[in-house]
Design a protein around this ligand. Structure first.
Ligand code: HEM
Length: 406
């Protein structure tokens, strides 16, 4: 058993959280080069933390040893969203996963496709014809918000524009609590970002509880009738599902897709993606490989253990970094190049080496729904939107910080 490369530093002064969150990609790249290892230790959230940047170690962490590396119940997500599936472990997590998975698969998904198509129709119709440059990310995020609030909360933007606007604003403010310092200060002239986020959460909870009580239709109706552990669980999970997380992730993937397929030199790639659904699938895999919307996920070592042959002591944090894992040259040749056909060649059948939606028994429960969203947005029954030939004026999509948690 070897000692982990890197240095966990001393408490507080040795903490590298700011440096990491400022630019997670360079943080990892520099250390991978320095330690000549894709697994190393540093200090994050003032805890010695192992950084996982290789496919093999990610699989060990999330699959084979998922019972030794657990979710952290005191995670920042709990501060902001309360107790949810995301930070629970053991039997309770299994039961919640079983209940929720049924909500996001099968016939429930199929019955949503008309609504999804109509929202896409309205939100995207101007995208390829407008002569003014537009911020693709904002258009896609608005679209994602309409989909999420319409499907999960029965609040449709065309029917209740004011309520829709109020909830979207509250969701954004609430989300900012996740990425601000968790200090609850409130005064007559100034309140901390975290305290404003908690106020937004209270208002959102009122709306969510009202919906759960009065709406018997759709997702809200089904959620209300699930056998959940306690009376607050349905409202807290609904709050999680309508949060800004999903619209942001969707907008990130769509922006990356647009950028990857834009420009005159991509004309042939666009033609193939339009005509061949298998090729479009490979393009989307390559988009999530190169530009995963979230940084990754975090676990705590529940006992002394090993990862990639290195000793990981009990109570160490472990984070997996999707961007670095997806560029592991052991698995992905020419890791920085956009090569959709790798998924029918050397990497055929290796989708399980990706972790943009997590991996193993605690992976995301939403990929099927996300796939339905993406396919209906990109290639609807009646063609409407496809990346234009002129690259849009837009910076690269951000890597969201929120999903170190989920
Ligand atoms: C582009 C869209 C999405 C991305 C990139 C994404 C990403 C992720 C990732 C990386 C995780 C694992 C976090 C970890 O390992 O700690 C996760 C977990 C989770 N996701 Fe998603 N997600 C997306 C959409 C959705 C949707 C549509 C839903 C459902 C409404 C959803 C619900 C969840 C839940 C409940 C978990 C926690 C599962 C557990 O802890 O057992 N996600 N997601």
């Amino acid at each position: 058993m070897s000692k982990l490369p890197g240095n966990a530093g001393v408490s507080v002064l040795g903490d590298k959280s700011l440096e990491f969150y400022r630019d997670p990609v360079s943080f990892c790249r520099q250390r991978i080069d320095k330690h000549r290892s894709r697994v190393f230790v540093s200090r994050l959230l003032n805890r010695p933390t192992v950084f996982i940047c290789s496919v093999e170690a990610m699989r060990e962490l999330l699959c084979e040893k998922s019972n030794q590396f657990l979710k952290d119940p005191t995670d920042l997500m709990t501060n902001v969203y309360g107790d949810t599936i995301v930070t629970t472990n053991g039997e309770e997590a299994c039961l919640l996963r079983l209940s929720f998975t049924s909500l996001f698969t099968g016939t429930r998904l199929e019955s949503s496709s008309d609504y999804i198509t109509s929202v896409c129709e309205r939100c995207l119709k101007d995208l390829s014809v407008r002569d003014q440059p537009q911020c693709g990310y904002s258009v896609f995020k608005h679209l994602g918000t309409e989909l999420v609030l319409g499907l999960f909360l029965n609040v449709r933007a065309e029917e209740q524009p004011e309520l829709f606007e109020e909830i979207s604003q509250l969701c954004t403010t609430h989300w900012h609590g996740l990425i601000s310092a968790p200090i609850n200060l409130k005064g007559p002239l100034w309140s901390s970002g975290f305290s404003t986020a908690l106020d937004a959460r209270d208002k959102l909870m009122d709306i969510v509880k009202d919906k759960l009580q009065n709406d018997k239709e759709g997702f809200v109706g089904h959620l209300g009738s699930l056998p959940l552990p306690d009376s607050r669980a349905a409202a807290q999970h609904l709050l999680l599902f309508i949060s800004a997380l999903i619209p942001k992730a969707l907008a990130s993937l769509l922006t990356s897709f647009t950028l990857a397929l834009s420009g005159n030199e991509k004309e042939e790639t666009r033609r193939r993606a339009k005509e061949d659904p298998d090729f479009l699938h490979r393009v989307l895999l390559e988009v999530q490989r190169l530009w995963p919307p979230f940084i990754g996920g975090r676990r705590l070592a529940d006992q002394d253990s090993t990862l990639a042959g290195f000793l990981v002591p009990k109570d160490y944090g472990v984070v997996y970094i999707s961007h670095a894992i997806h560029r592991d040259p052991e698995v992905f040749q020419e890791p920085d190049s956009f090569l959709p056909d790798r998924w029918s060649g050397r990497n055929a059948g290796q989708e399980h080496f990706l972790c943009s939606f997590g991996n193993g028994p605690r992976n995301c429960i939403g990929p099927k729904l996300t796939n339905v969203f993406l396919k209906l947005i990109i290639l609807p029954p009646v063609p409407r939107f496809f990346p234009p030939s002129i690259p849009p004026i837009h910076p690269a999509p951000p890597l969201h910080q929120g999903n170190l948690h989920s």
